[in-house]
Design a protein around this ligand. Structure first.
Ligand SMILES: [Zn+2]
Length: 339
């Protein structure tokens, strides 16, 4: 969730510099278009590929055409994380080109078989939503939404995909792209540091105006059900990058000032945690959803899910720190201040 959302411009195509171009693709399920970055390395490379829609196919074709390229010329495609806005088009890309695809090993299964993984995870997602204290009606709505994402991705043959590890320098000729594993928004999200150009393909790890939402880990990942703790640690990892790095985010325009943005996101979360503790002090106990509705008044039911993911994340961290206690009652988590 974010404090304020400024509408990101749908520029269609933008030449960022000699090396990189940005193609924006509108999304049916999110007000902010997603970026596909074209990198003119020795051979054309894409960072993220967009959702599997006719519009994405059209936009990619038109954008590549501005660079005198065709989809068939794409030699490599790095998918920063498995979400359909970033990786959904991969199955179509590998059908239309000989591109090699790269994705972190922890997002591999979800990227390879988008509809199958969504189907497999939906039941467990419903369970988590009930634990948040979401009404039956809202749980049904959430499940419908979640299962609806399946159409924006396909299945990709395993042999077309190379798994990436943290710290790896990708074996792509003519470019030194270092992968940094930044879990939290998904299990296997990576950002890529182009070491020669000092540019950071920042995926959804750090955006200029929006605070990326922590994911729900299904099944639990490294022992946790929420990605917020990992997200905060991932942001800290980026502090070791050069201060003047050019940030090329997954949504929105390129920007500089990575470290100032990291500070802002950190203080946003610190403030949120204090707010949650203050609310819990006033009330004997509360569910994730009741806290979310109190923090963000007048939430529409789709937005409740995003709010609940953030509150769930904070409560999980506060519980680990010993400030909050959790009890499961009638299928929902009840939280209170630990004494
Ligand atoms: Zn995204």
């Amino acid at each position: 969730m974010q404090g304020e959302r400024t509408r990101e411009r749908d520029v269609g195509f933008e030449r960022v510099n000699e090396r990189v171009a940005r193609i924006t693709i509108p999304l049916a399920f999110f007000s902010v278009p997603v970026n596909v970055h074209v990198v003119l390395a020795e051979r054309p490379l894409l960072v993220d590929v967009g959702p599997r829609t006719d519009e994405a196919l059209e936009r990619l074709g038109a954008g590549l055409d501005r660079l005198s390229l065709r989809l068939e010329d794409v030699a490599d495609a790095v998918v920063t994380h498995h979400h359909v806005d970033h990786g959904g088009f991969l199955s179509s890309l590998v059908e239309r080109s000989r591109a090699r695809a790269w994705v972190h090993e922890d997002d591999l299964a979800q990227t390879l078989d988008v509809p199958g993984e969504i189907r497999r995870r939906a039941a467990r997602y419903r369970e988590v939503a009930r634990l948040w204290g979401l009404s039956h009606e809202d749980v049904a709505g959430l499940a419908r939404n979640y299962e609806g994402y399946a159409v924006y991705g396909g299945t990709t043959p395993r042999e077309r995909l190379t798994p990436v590890k943290d710290g790896e320098l990708l074996a792509i000729p003519g470019i030194r792209l270092r992968a940094i594993h930044v879990p939290g928004h998904s299990e296997g999200q990576i950002v890529l540091h182009d070491e020669d150009a000092n540019a950071l393909f920042a995926a959804d790890c750090v955006l200029e105006r929006v605070t990326p939402n922590p994911t729900v880990y299904i099944p639990p990942y490294r022992g946790r059900t929420t990605g917020l703790g990992d997200s905060l640690a991932s942001l800290e990892r980026l502090r070791s990058l050069p201060r003047d790095v050019l940030v090329l985010p997954g949504h929105g325009a390129p920007f500089r000032g990575l470290h100032a943005r990291l500070d802002e996101i950190r203080s946003h979360h610190e403030e949120r945690a204090r707010g949650i503790l203050a609310l819990l002090a006033e009330r004997k106990e509360a569910t994730v959803v009741s806290l979310a509705r109190e923090i963000w008044r007048g939430l529409r039911s789709e937005a409740v899910v995003l709010a609940a993911r953030e509150v769930h994340g904070h409560l999980d961290i506060l519980e680990q720190q010993g400030s909050v206690a959790r009890e499961e009652r009638d299928g929902a988590w009840m939280f209170r201040r630990a004494t």
